[in-house]
Design a protein around this ligand. Structure first.
Ligand code: CMP
Length: 143
């Protein structure tokens, strides 16, 4: 077990549903701590760059559209095995297949409007955190 950081986005569909608090409550109940958080409206350019790994997938255009349709909350989460823990708390990518009690089951609608994004590995987490938060900003948030 090691203390890790991971990156999380509360997507426009969950923000629109007034579910920011519900999402964060589940993350905190699951043992994760929010160590940085900011509400932002992604530009098309930012969404394209953030999801560049999916640029050749058929759903890329729709994904960029959905991620820019309203504000999101970008967060850094910390805890033991945070990457895996966050993925467990989020549930399967498709809310229809997610276990009961997971964030995507509770707040997601379908595979496109699935409430949250979470990093899939520690290396990705480091890249995704750096996409939105500078080292100096994170340093000012030390408790
Ligand atoms: P996320 O964790 O944000 O990572 C990429 C997103 O692409 C994913 O959640 C889904 O919202 C979306 N996605 C993944 N697979 C599909 C798919 N087969 N069809 C449509 N959207 C998808």
């Amino acid at each position: 077990m090691s203390i890790e950081r991971t990156f999380s986005i509360i997507k426009p569909d969950a923000v629109k549903k007034n579910a920011i608090g519900g999402v964060v409550a589940r993350l905190e109940e699951g043992g994760l701590r929010v160590v940085a958080s900011r509400m932002v409206r992604l530009t098309e350019q930012q969404a394209r760059a953030f999801y560049a790994v999916h640029k050749d997938r058929p759903f890329y255009g729709d994904l960029v559209k959905l991620m820019t349709e309203g504000p999101v909350v970008v967060q850094v989460l910390e805890g033991e095995n945070a990457v895996l823990k966050n993925r467990e708390i989020m549930g399967a990518t498709n809310p229809e297949k997610a276990d009961g009690g997971t964030i995507r089951k509770l707040f997601g609608t379908n595979i496109e409007r699935n409430a949250v994004h979470g990093s899939d590995a520690p290396e990705t987490a480091a890249q995704e955190i750096a996409f939105f938060f500078s080292g100096s900003e994170l340093a000012t948030l030390q408790r």
